[in-house]
Design a binder for this molecule. Structure first.
Ligand code: NAP
Length: 285
């Protein structure tokens, strides 16, 4: 049986991704910060798929020690990992720092997933053919990697900070794939974005923006389609970016999409990797 981990699996795109994977016979670990919410999600999936294999394992991406503990516990229970979906995220919250002192969106959406991936690499190597899926966003175009103030300590702009975090996820996805290939490993890294989907993500957005978004949103089930396509489509070789095929990539069936020039800048990718190694304390690939 194939094993998968989905972060932020209790609601929204993560929960729909779990359902899609279970439908394909995957055993899925729901990596969530709330056991109560994860248990409710497991019950919901079991009502639809009574025979499914699901478990909860605590993961709070706000704290590196929780990421390390998660990987330690996972290794005790599983000998290989076939699919890691780096899905969890937050968008435009008021300024705060993670337990390790990083701007929360950069820390939760990106840095902790960098650490998680690095710590799980040995288990991914044990799979015959593994994949890492990284959730990016149309918002990767809103930001840059602000190397001179990566934690927005001088001045916080929540939109730019979300943009930075999602651009970092996308750059990471491409760079991870290049590094996996150069090591000759049979692990593919693929990015995905859901267009605009109706989920809890907009909880910190101004009212007028969330009303506007709701008018153009697709369902969370449709929003999870790019993640599932990235996870399951046999033709993908790694290094792709999957998004909706409709106008402006807001909604529609999944296809391979393009991203902006910054996301493909090799010098920025190398610098971000080096900075991420320093900030998380993990050296891999
Ligand atoms: N919805 C969209 O239109 C859209 C567009 C572009 C990209 N995305 C990306 O899609 C991904 C999923 O978002 P969504 O739309 O499904 O949002 P969502 O409904 O708000 O779900 C986010 C998930 O992330 C979890 N999470 C947040 N902080 C966490 C932490 N510190 N540790 C562990 N888990 C944490 C949440 O857990 P709790 O329930 O405990 O808070 C929840 O399970 C995100 O990466 C987002 O950036 C979404």
């Amino acid at each position: 049986m194939k094993n998968a981990i989905v972060t932020g699996a209790n609601i929204g795109l993560g929960l729909e991704t779990v359902k899609g994977l279970v439908n394909e016979g995957y055993q899925v670990t729901l990596a969530c910060r709330s056991e109560e919410k994860a248990s409710a999600a497991i019950e919901e999936v079991r009502r639809e798929f009574p025979e499914c294999h699901l478990q909860f394992l605590a993961l709070d991406l706000n704290d590196f020690s929780s990421v390390k503990n998660f990987c330690h516990e996972y290794e005790k229970n599983f000998k290989k990992l076939d699919l890691l979906v780096n899905n969890a995220g937050i968008m435009m919250p008021p300024f705060s720092l993670t337990a390790n002192g990083f701007e929360s969106q950069f820390g939760v959406n990106y840095l902790s997933h960098f650490l998680l991936t690095g710590l799980l690499l040995n288990l991914l190597k044990e799979s015959e053919s593994a994949r890492v899926i990284n959730l990016a966003s149309l918002a990767h175009k809103w930001g840059d990697i602000y190397f001179d103030d990566i934690n927005f300590k001088k001045s916080y702009n929540k939109k730019k900070a979300y943009g930075q975090s999602k651009l970092a996820c996308l750059i990471f996805s491409y760079e991870l794939d290049r590094r996996l290939k150069s090591e000759g490993l049979n692990i593919r890294s693929i990015a995905a974005h859901p267009g605009v989907s109706s989920t809890n993500l907009g909880q910190f957005m101004p009212k007028f923006m969330s009303i506007g978004m709701s008018l153009i949103s697709q369902s969370s089930k449709n929003g999870a389609a790019p993640s599932l396509f990235a996870a399951l489509n046999e033709d993908l070789k790694g290094g792709e970016y999957i998004g909706p095929s409709g106008i402006g990539e807001l909604s529609g069936a999944p296809k391979i999409v393009d991203s902006n020039a910054r996301s493909k800048d090799l010098a920025v990718a190398k610098k971000l990797w080096d900075v991420s190694k320093d900030l998380t304390g993990i050296d891999f690939l």
